[in-house]
Design a protein around this ligand. Structure first.
Ligand SMILES: [Zn+2]
Length: 189
């Protein structure tokens, strides 16, 4: 689903005045960084991928689950199969959460969506968040403003401004989250 990193689509950064707040437990950040780092340790480093599940309560969107799907990955590419996506949907349902975000890493500091990122995202639902982490997450994913955070709306991904990310994405220390690893093996090409 995430292919072709080499032709990037530079998009205008937009900032909206909506009241949506994303609540992200620090444990979600830690689990995500750990999985992306495992892909980074493959030689040569691979792009990694996770999903974030959570619940929406009015304008508060709370992340509570990190899912590491089965993927096929390589330098500059990571994708999930239909079977893998089915397993993710089952896992989300079993845990009574919905998909809030997909997170994947890029080799460089370029964190805009590639054309492939736009085209091949598996679950293009209104409001889906897509986070691109630079440098294979070798330096972690904080501050979030170093990542490219996109949102799917009106049939397209737009990149959120750093100002929007700062104001609307809150990392909290005192909340628990779950982690489910659906990777059976690493598929490296
Ligand atoms: Zn990408």
């Amino acid at each position: 689903m995430i292919k072709k990193i080499f032709s990037f689509v530079r998009k205008s950064q937009r900032s909206s005045k909506d009241k949506i707040t994303y609540i992200i437990p620090r444990s979600v950040i830690c689990d995500t960084e750990r999985v992306l780092s495992e892909y980074a340790k493959i030689k040569p480093s691979n792009e990694g991928f996770v999903y974030w599940g959570g619940i929406i309560d009015g304008t508060i969107i709370s992340i509570s689950l990190v899912i590491a799907p089965e993927t096929e990955s390589s330098y500059g590419r990571v994708s999930t199969s239909n079977r893998s996506n089915f397993d993710v949907v089952k896992t989300l349902s079993a845990n009574k959460v919905i998909e809030i975000a997909q997170v994947h890493s890029h080799p460089s500091d370029l964190v805009d969506h590639s054309e492939g990122d736009d085209e091949w995202a598996s679950f293009k639902i209104e409001g889906l968040v897509s986070i691109v982490v630079p440098q294979y997450c070798k330096k972690g994913m904080l501050p979030l403003t170093d990542c490219g955070i996109h949102i799917y709306t009106n049939g397209d991904f737009i990149r959120l401004s750093k100002k929007y990310v700062t104001e609307h994405f809150k990392i909290i220390n005192d909340s628990k989250s779950g982690f489910i690893d659906l990777r059976r093996t690493f598929h490296v090409r």
